[in-house]
Design a protein around this ligand. Structure first.
Ligand SMILES: Cc1cc2nc3c(=O)[nH]c(=O)nc-3n(C[C@H](O)[C@H](O)[C@H](O)COP(=O)(O)O)c2cc1C
Length: 259
């Protein structure tokens, strides 16, 4: 069972690719979080988690959910991290998480994908993103699928107890002070379609009088900005000229024969 959390579609694409190549099913953690469903999972095949990296670690909302979750059936768990760079230091803490859940840690695989960090400004164009997915991300997904299919374990991880404490500190500061929608603005291009509210995994957006109203629960995933059909949501003026990247859908690429 592949469980994925995504803001802008990369981790969903990776999950769908791996599921298709190992013959397994995908479950959306966005749906579980958004609709407050019980995180109870049963699978006879290994569990595979696919999620983005925020400030060097898995998003806190994902690790919290995994710590609460009940896993039955398979005793093995793999972690896939999609990220803008090449590697992250989350392996040590995810190995501990697996141990605490009574699961065997199969490995952490970092898959470099288009960087969606709009606040950082270096989001690729759609063409560059497509190129990266085809020639960098997909070959990595293929190797990961083979390892999982073969049931191999890749126990070594980067990082140690000290670097993990530092990374977790940075990550929690990031979550506390930087993951916020306080500076978000909505331009006159908004057509009141409500898609932003629909895709927000934490129900941070309410439609009031046809306009999105942001509450105080934002986790900074950019699902709202990247799914807005009019690109009407911005971080003030700061992101106006930054591409609001959204990953293509794996199934659409498959139908078109791209993958
Ligand atoms: C809030 C935030 C923080 C991020 N921090 C990192 C980071 O520390 N390292 C990195 O390589 N990429 C970072 N990124 C880029 C994402 O990890 C990457 O684009 C990921 O594949 C997005 O996945 P998604 O489309 O499933 O949401 C960050 C993105 C966001 C939105």
């Amino acid at each position: 069972m592949i469980l994925y959390f995504t803001g802008t579609g990369n981790s969903e694409f990776a999950a769908e690719y791996i599921a298709d190549h190992i013959g397994d099913e995908c479950v959306s953690l966005n749906d579980i979080i958004k609709h407050r469903k019980a995180p109870v999972f049963h699978s006879e095949k290994p569990f595979v988690i696919s999620a983005p990296v925020y400030a060097g670690m898995y998003p806190v909302i994902v690790t919290k959910l995994l710590r609460k979750a009940k896993f039955t059936g398979s005793k093995k768990i793999y972690f896939v991290a999609t990220l803008g760079s090449k590697s992250c230091g989350a392996g040590y803490s995810l190995r501990n998480l697996a141990r605490d859940k009574g699961l065997e840690f199969g490995g952490l695989f970092c898959i470099s994908m288009p960087n969606n960090y709009i606040a950082g400004g270096n989001v690729p164009s759609d063409d560059d993103a497509e190129y990266k997915i085809k020639y960098t991300s997909i070959p990595l997904m293929e190797s990961v699928s083979e390892i999982i299919s073969a049931g191999e374990t890749i126990p070594h991880t980067t990082g140690n107890a000290v670097s993990t404490v530092i990374s977790e500190g940075v990550s929690s500061m990031f979550n506390k002070y930087m993951a916020s929608s306080d500076a978000y603005t909505v331009s006159a291009d908004c057509i009141s379609c409500g898609k932003c509210a629909k895709v927000c995994p934490v129900n941070n957006i309410m439609m009031v009088g046809g306009e999105p109203l942001f509450r105080k629960k934002c986790i900074g995933c950019y699902a709202c900005m990247s799914s807005c059909p009019k690109k009407a949501i911005n971080i003030g003026q700061r992101s106006v000229n930054v591409n609001k990247y959204h990953c293509p859908k794996y199934k659409e690429w498959k139908e078109k024969g791209i993958v």
